[in-house]
Every structure is written in C-alpha cells, then in structure tokens.
Design a protein around this ligand. Structure first.
Ligand code: GLA
Length: 583
C-alpha cells in the first residue's frame, strides 16, 4: 500500500520527499483520443505529474443525472496518466473557475429554492454533497494509496478570493474523509493576506497560485504555514483571451526564469496550464463582477493559453525553454522531443444548403408558453440560444427596451431584423415602429458564457431576466423555444441562401484525410461551427481568434460535413479549412 503525506516540510511519497513538477491538462478540453498524446508529451518535457479539475456542470447536466462517457470519462484519463507512469493531482471543485462556464457549477443550481453559492447554504451543500459522493468514490479507485496515480486532492478553488466561510471548507473536507480519501488534501489561494485568511484551514495543506514574483509569494505563504513545503499550484506561464481583446502571450524566457527560481528553491510547481485545449461547444466562461457597467467579458473558444503545448498539441518555444530548466533538477526524467502533430488544409468548402433558424424552431425545441420571458435556467435549459416570440398590437411607436440582456439579443419584427443589443451596451434600446395593427416580434438571445469568477458566479442567469419593454411598458405572453443545439440533426435544409440578417444554418461537405488536424477560418460575423456533428465552439469576428481548432479524431477519411450557424451573414459562400491557427 502506497502512502502520501505532507510532513517535515516535504511532500513524501512512500516516505521519500518528492518535488512535484506537474502540468495542467483538462480532460474536458481535449478530445479523448488525444489524451494519451498530450500526457506523453508532458512526460517528455520532464513532468512527473498531471493536474486536472473535474467539471460538475458537464458531469451532472440535469439534477441527479450523471454522465461520465466519452470526453467525460475522467477515470480513463487517470488510467492514461497511470500508464505514462506519472502522478496525478485532482481538483474536483465543485467550483473550479478555470474560464469554464459558470466556474464549473451546473446552471440548474441557480434556480434551486433558497440557493446561495460557495457557502454553508443547505441547498448548495446538498448539491455539493450529491456530486462529491458520486465522483469521490470514482477517484478513490485511482488514489496512490489504492495503487493508482492520484497523490493529492484539492478542496474548493481559490476560496479566499471569494468568501470566508471556513465551515463550508471544513464541510467539504469531511465529505472527502467520509469517502475514504486518504491522500493529502490541500487548498490553493492567491498569495495575499485576505485570500489566505479566507481560503485556508489548518487541516489542509496550503498551496499558492501566481505567475510571477515567486520568492515574495512563497514568503507570504510561509507567514501562514512556516513549515511549507512551497507549492505553486498554478504557475500562470501564459494567459487566456476574452473576445475583442488582444491575444495574450508571455515570453518563454521570462517564464523559464521564474520556473528556475522556484525549482532551485526546492518548491513544487504545477504549470497552469501545460496544455489548455479548447472550450468546445458552449463551455467557455466569462469574467465580470458588475463593479463597472459593461465589464462583462466572455472568454474565447481557444484555450491555447500560450502554454508549453499549443491548442493543437504542438510543442512551443516555451516547451523547450521549460525542458531545459527541468533538466537541471530532474536527472531521472524521460525527456524527449515531441513531433508536431500532422495538419491538413482541405481548402475552400462551398456551402450548398441553408436552413433559416426561424423555420427550424419547432424541430429544435418544444415550444412553451409563458406570461413573461423565462430565463434559460427557469426552463431547465443550460446552454445555447433561446427565442422569445410575442405578438405586438398597436398602437406602438417607440423603442424596444431591454432592462437586462444576458447576453446578446437580436430583434426581428415579422422576420425583419431590427437590431442587436449586447449586454455591455450602454444603450439597450432598439427603435421600432409598428406599421400595421399586429406584428410578430422575435427576440433571439445568445448565452455567450456564464461568469466563472467573483460574486456573480451562479447568478448569471441567461435570457432576458427582466423581460422586454416597449417604452417602459412590460410585454407579456411569449412563446419560448429553448435552443440548446446539442443535436442539430433534425434541421431540414433547403437551397443555399445567404441573406443579410437572417440567422441560418449553412451546410457543406469536404474531403479530408484521417489523422491530421485542421483549422476553420471563421466564415462570418458571429456563430457556431459543427463538423460531423461535433460542436467546435463559437466564433466572433471581433477576434482575437480567427480560426477554430478541429482535432484530427473529429475528421473522417473521405467525406466530412460542416455546418455553420451564422447569426448575421456569411462573408462569402464558402469557408476555408487551413493547416494554420490564427489566435
Ligand atoms: C485562477 C483559477 C484558475 C484559472 C486561473 C486563470 O487561478 O484558480 O481556475 O481561472 O485563475 O487562468
């Protein structure tokens, strides 16, 4: 029976002190057929451990219904880590931040009666316990103490930057103990007083998250835990991007210097991230705390993070810079030089069919009726789009006014586009004029990602939470379609048509080879792309990323299908598939 403990200022595995040099890979951001490849490459850089969060939101899509299949089969991911001979660090949350939708919390939690988040609230604890009681026995099978790779587990995530309910942290710890988790439990927090004060408990080992000034950070940590050992649980060697921002990069040299300082001082380090992967589908989160108007910032689809291994699994200059540093401290590591993955350029793909969205509503969703526009969460919907339809009768000659938009609404009167309002817009009015007695108003709202950090976590319900007004008058009687778009196979296509401001699915086919990645150049203003039914994620022409990553296992040898849902208008009648990303 193996044993892991934190004692005498060291992490000891079977009694021997181990300096952990670990790297983050989120299984839920990487195609499962590529897990082994990414883990092998981590080993080649010289790492001795892989760290991952677990994502409650995808594992429990509906209350009490669990999913651990395919990309969510984290036990298989842990098996792969074990197979590679590496240790594993698991951080189950339930809150994980991670630029991940709602910080990993399931959206249905938001409408549980009496709910409050990340504290000793009974409704929250009930959900927390149900989830942990499900996943912890699964992780337990993979603990080092049971012959598996998992040597440490985290409680919550950077709790001190959110709250100070230490009874809640202790409650989580007890759930771990009751489930027989017998490896060291730890917390991770920013290296400043209020965060450490709120986020640590004496019974748990304390780790720190930061990207620079490691000496200062560890000194602060030691004020609270004089015995150490020092562990940077999130060494931010790169960073993520929001839509409309410049792509973030961090020079390899600068990050390598910081790494060297930490390893030299004997500290353990986890690269956040070693390999970021992709926010496929609708799973990118957002930042924003409401402190300033318009501070909502949704995260882009790529989670490249300017990491040692790129989004498509290729070694970057950072990989080699870090490897060089690690060589000084791990003589026994199996260093290697990963070969870049194969890429292909299928070229231009012509769209041959289209299906305007408004003609597909009943094929994509049941229709429900409500007095006011219900939020997605109130409808039991998690992601995607929601369409509200009401009949307006005159006289009405005013503005449409949206007191609150989550997150982007386009309005159509009898199918004619009126305008779009984004959550951050200072002016949330759209001028409108009723030309006849009655007209049909459609309000198509996109959830562009729930906030994953700060006081608004869990509270970012999507849709039109305060309804829609004409002038100041609240409108009533809506038909609602919940466009989760998790299955678009029922869409019926007609002839190709790329009309201005008609949201539509467009479909085309292309030949590809097996075993090589490609990238989709974004084809229009804003929308979503599927290849062979796999949702690659959102695109938006404000950038910074101008391509979407298509992992090789999504492609088939021979004929492949591409579907684009474009909300406004395609640029041209085709889309380009290339072998180069543009982030
Ligand atoms: C924090 C969180 C992580 C991630 C990083 C930024 O440290 O703990 O989940 O959000 O910030 O990438």
């Amino acid at each position: 029976m193996g044993k892991v403990e934190v004692s005498g200022g060291a992490i000891r595995i079977d009694g021997k002190p181990v300096q952990m040099i670990s790297g983050t890979i989120h299984y839920f951001r990487v195609h499962p057929e590529l897990w082994r490849d990414r883990i092998e490459k981590a080993k080649m850089m010289g790492l001795n451990a892989i760290e991952t969060y677990l994502c409650h939101n995808l594992h429990e899509p509906h209350k009490g219904e669990f999913d651990f299949s395919g990309m969510l089969d984290f036990e298989r991911f842990l098996d792969e880590i074990h197979r590679a001979g590496l240790y594993a660090i698991v951080r189950p949350g339930p809150y994980i931040c991670a630029e991940w939708e709602n910080g990993g919390l399931p959206p249905w939690l938001s409408v549980e009666p009496g709910i409050d988040f990340r504290c000793s609230n009974p409704a929250f604890l009930e959900a927390n316990d149900r989830y942990l009681n499900k996943v912890l026995p699964m992780v337990k099978k993979h603990l080092y103490t049971a012959g598996g790779p998992v040597v440490m587990m985290q409680i919550e995530n950077e709790y001190g930057s959110y709250g100070k309910d230490r009874n809640y942290l202790e409650h989580i710890r007890q759930v771990y103990l009751r489930n027989g988790i017998d490896v060291p439990l730890f917390t991770s927090d920013g290296p400043c007083d209020w965060m450490l004060h709120g986020g640590t408990i004496p019974e748990c080992y304390q780790t720190l998250n930061f990207g620079s000034r490691s000496e200062e950070a560890f000194r602060k940590g030691r004020e609270y835990r004089p015995e150490g050992p020092d562990f940077c649980m999130e060494f931010w060697n790169g960073w993520f991007d929001h839509w409309g921002e410049k792509h973030h990069t961090r020079p390899a040299k600068d990050a390598a210097k910081e790494l060297d300082a930490m390893l030299k001082a004997g500290a353990s380090v986890n690269f956040y991230v070693f390999h970021g992967g992709t926010n496929f589908g609708f799973m990118a989160g957002a930042n924003g705390n409401g402190a300033e108007a318009g501070d909502y910032g949704p995260t882009v689809t790529s989670y490249d993070y300017d990491a040692p291994l790129s989004e498509s699994g290729d070694p970057t200059p950072k990989f080699f810079a870090f490897q060089e540093v690690i060589r000084k401290y791990r003589k026994d590591a199996a260093f290697g030089t990963p070969r870049p993955g194969r890429k292909q350029s299928p070229g231009r793909v012509k769209f041959i069919e289209s299906a305007p969205l408004f003609g597909q509503l009943d094929r994509l969703s049941a229709r429900r009726h409500a007095l006011k526009p219900l939020t997605m969460e109130a409808c039991g919907q998690s992601y995607g789009f929601i369409n509200y339809r009401t009949v307006i009768d005159g006289p009405a000659e005013e503005n449409l006014y949206f007191p609150e938009v989550r997150d982007r609404v386009s309005a159509y009167l009898d199918g004619e586009y009126l305008g779009t309002v984004y959550r951050n817009d200072a002016n949330r009015r759209i001028p409108f004029r009723l030309k006849k007695e009655t007209a049909v108003l459609d309000l198509l709202v996109e959830n562009t990602g729930r906030i994953n950090y700060g006081p608004l976590v869990g509270r970012d319900q999507k849709g039109l939470p305060l309804g829609v007004c004409i002038g100041w008058q609240s409108q009533i009687e809506f038909d609602i379609w919940n466009l989760e778009l998790d299955d678009i196979s029922k869409v019926e296509y007609g002839e190709y048509r790329n009309a201005k401001e008609v949201p539509a699915f467009h479909r085309g086919y292309f030949e590809a080879e097996a075993g090589a990645d490609t990238f989709v150049r974004i084809p229009g203003v804003k929308g979503v792309v599927w290849i062979n039914g796999f949702n690659l994620g959102r695109y938006w022409n404000i950038g910074p990323c101008k391509t979407l990553y298509v992992p090789a296992p999504v492609l088939k040898e021979g004929r492949n299908q591409i579907v684009v849902l474009e909300l406004h208008q395609l640029d041209v009648n085709s889309v380009k598939l290339t072998d180069k990303p543009k982030l």
